[in-house]
Design a binder for this molecule. Structure first.
Ligand code: AP5
Length: 214
């Protein structure tokens, strides 16, 4: 199974990805997670990406495409994958198609999560993340058992540096200008289905599982 999950910042892509990869036993390839890991480890890639991410802009295509070519042909991806945060513009989508063609692969389904912009800002600004295990919490909808502490490993939760109200608004604008056109791109390929992301986390998961099966 090869899947893509699309949706604006804070729509729930990461949250739903965890459920999907557990059920379908595929690799979760999240460009945002890969970039944040590189920033945390102080790599050259992380240094190049950080300023773009903190400003809510897309990281340049040449950086992302080099990274993805390696990932898609890695051992990790050989039994299927879920792409989260990639592709992010038309050039990335066309390049992805070329990489897939070259390796005799195709995308089975594209999940498109829809959520209203006001909800997105509230979700992203109330998000908290565990720096150790990557678990995502939310002060409004998925609070940890102990305030500020990860349920899994006791680490102190952090706020992502791009989760300020101002940067989230910029990221939503970038999404509308550059990523949203991919909805029509994948509709034309006949692989995309829509999901109402304003429902509860479990209801959204159910809708996604039904869409993948259909
Ligand atoms: P990335 O990490 O991909 O961020 P994003 O697309 O902006 O998405 P988010 O991670 O903010 O949100 P999400 O949809 O995963 O929501 P989540 O599940 O956490 O990218 C970050 C940056 O990296 C980009 O701005 C860019 O600079 C760069 N980048 C990445 N990929 C790139 C690429 N391909 N090209 C160029 N640059 C790239 O949920 C959000 C919150 O809501 C959580 O607190 C969660 O608990 C809660 N929540 C989730 N679902 C629900 C629900 N149904 N009800 C209530 N609360 C919910």
């Amino acid at each position: 199974m090869r899947l893509i999950i699309l949706g604006p910042p804070g729509a729930g892509k990461g949250t739903q990805s965890s459920q999907i990869v557990d059920k379908y036993n595929v690799a979760h390839i999240s460009t945002g997670d890969i970039l944040r890991e590189n920033i945390a480890n102080g790599t050259e890639l992380g240094k190049k990406a950080k300023s773009y991410m903190d400003e809510g802009k897309l990281v340049p295509d040449e950086i992302i495409l080099g990274l993805m070519e390696d990932k898609l042909t890695s051992d990790e991806a050989k039994d299927g994958f879920l792409l989260d945060g990639f592709p992010r513009n038309t050039l990335q989508a066309v390049s992805l198609d070329a990489m897939l063609d070259k390796n005799d692969m195709k995308i089975d389904k594209v999940i498109n999560i829809n959520v209203d912009p006001e909800v997105l800002i509230s979700r992203a600004t109330s998000r908290r993340v565990c720096p150790e295990c990557g678990e995502t919490y939310n002060l409004l909808s998925k609070a940890p058992k102990v305030d500020g502490i990860c349920d899994n490993d006791g680490a102190e939760l952090i706020i992502r540096s791009d989760d300020t109200k101002e940067t989230v608004s910029k990221r939503i604008n970038v999404y509308n200008e550059q990523t949203k056109p991919l909805i029509d791109y994948y509709k034309a390929q006949g692989t995309l289905f829509d999901v109402d992301g304003s429902k509860s986390i479990d209801d959204v998961t159910d809708e996604i599982f039904k869409g993948i099966k259909s």
